[in-house]
Design a protein around this ligand. Sequence first.
Ligand SMILES: NC(=O)c1ccc[n+]([C@@H]2O[C@H](COP(=O)([O-])OP(=O)(O)OC[C@H]3O[C@@H](n4cnc5c(N)ncnc54)[C@H](O)[C@@H]3O)[C@@H](O)[C@H]2O)c1
Length: 415
Amino acid sequence: MTNERKIIDQIDEQMAQLFRQRMAAAEKIALYKKECGLPVEDLAREKEMIERRCGQFEDERLRARYADFLKGVISISKDYQSEIICGAKTPCHNIIIQRGSLSQAGTLLGICGSKVMIVTDSGVPAQYAATVAESLKGRATEVHIHTFEQGESSKNIDTYKGVLEALVEGGFTRGDSVVAVGGGVVGDLAGFAAATYMRGLRFYNVPTTLLSQLDSSIGGKTAIDFCGVKNIVGAFHMPCKVLIDSETLRTLPQRQLNSGLAEAIKMAATSDAGLFSIIENSTDLMADIDEIIRRSLIVKQAVVKADPREKGLRRVLNFGHTVGHAIEAAAGGEYLHGEAVAMGMLYFAEGDARSRILKVLQKYNLPTSHSILAETLRALIAHDKKASGDVITVVKVSEIGSYIFEKVNIQDLAI
Ligand SMILES: NC(=O)c1ccc[n+]([C@@H]2O[C@H](COP(=O)([O-])OP(=O)(O)OC[C@H]3O[C@@H](n4cnc5c(N)ncnc54)[C@H](O)[C@@H]3O)[C@@H](O)[C@H]2O)c1
């Protein structure tokens, strides 16, 4: 045994050296790709390489495990290359943030040789889905566009059924893909259809609202509303790729833009003081928007990675949401989601952090007060799916960039 342990120790030492060499080579390739404007990913080469390498193994049990090992190494290598190409830190290699990239969606998403169902809604300018469809010419075997009525009220079982019917009628099978082009409603609904049709199709997301670009498009949560309860039926289904083109925000109504920004303020307040300063000091939001999206996604990605199935830490993303959801529900459509979250944050921020949050919300015309009775909000919070008994866990911020979890009795909530 001692001898085998020594052998493993030596091999681990050699592997560490090989890893260093491999990453040094990957770095050089990344610099070359950056210079030539080439994408990080080359799926055809990866597939060929994995097949070739695994072919060296006669033992099937080892072959499958070596394939997993190689995929892990490739994924780490791609993240590393993305970091080099995109500068500083980047959320993840499968999230592309690039202005004006919509027309190259086909290449950047890396879709090849499958049927594609583009799902969008009637409020998203039709040219966005058409541009993505055009970019898929010569890559996808067939491209279909399915459009449903815009709005949260469409995130229901009938619209979901409509997408499934379109997939059946189009003869979609397991190897085919779904691409969402739109805001969080489209992403959640198309993602859920992709997660469940034939037990899962490949899913790609091209978010076009600020909220979906900096929040809902990553993390793999897909859902529809049912029996009057938001997001009650859903699945975790990670997108293969997310393509963010902030140029699409130019057609988004200002109110929607500000509402999406509330989620960035949330992320910044709990986890990134530098991002908070950028939002606080910005004099031209569209000039800073890619950086705001990038840093928000880094915060979200880190949380999702640490807690993919929302078992604990991911609750930090609920800062402002406990009361925010209740305000949204009680106001019956008067407030957009981000507007309700904006007001919700103020209940759980203290001292200087609260003053700064209040100021930044005012700067972006986000509401900071409402006239809903505390009793109404308490009753709604008690019904919230996250409440277990009378006690709920809330996220509190007393210093920008950090947070604590606190268990409170709903009746004791200072609202
Ligand atoms: N999955 C998650 O992790 C997650 C996280 C947060 C929110 N969500 C969900 O996201 C949804 C809200 O998303 P949303 O705020 O993006 O709303 P939305 O999808 O309803 O979009 C808002 C409106 O903007 C329109 N629109 C979209 N892109 C546009 C563009 N570029 N130009 C002009 N109009 C455009 C839409 O048609 C819609 O009318 C909710 O259902 C919420 O539950 C999901």
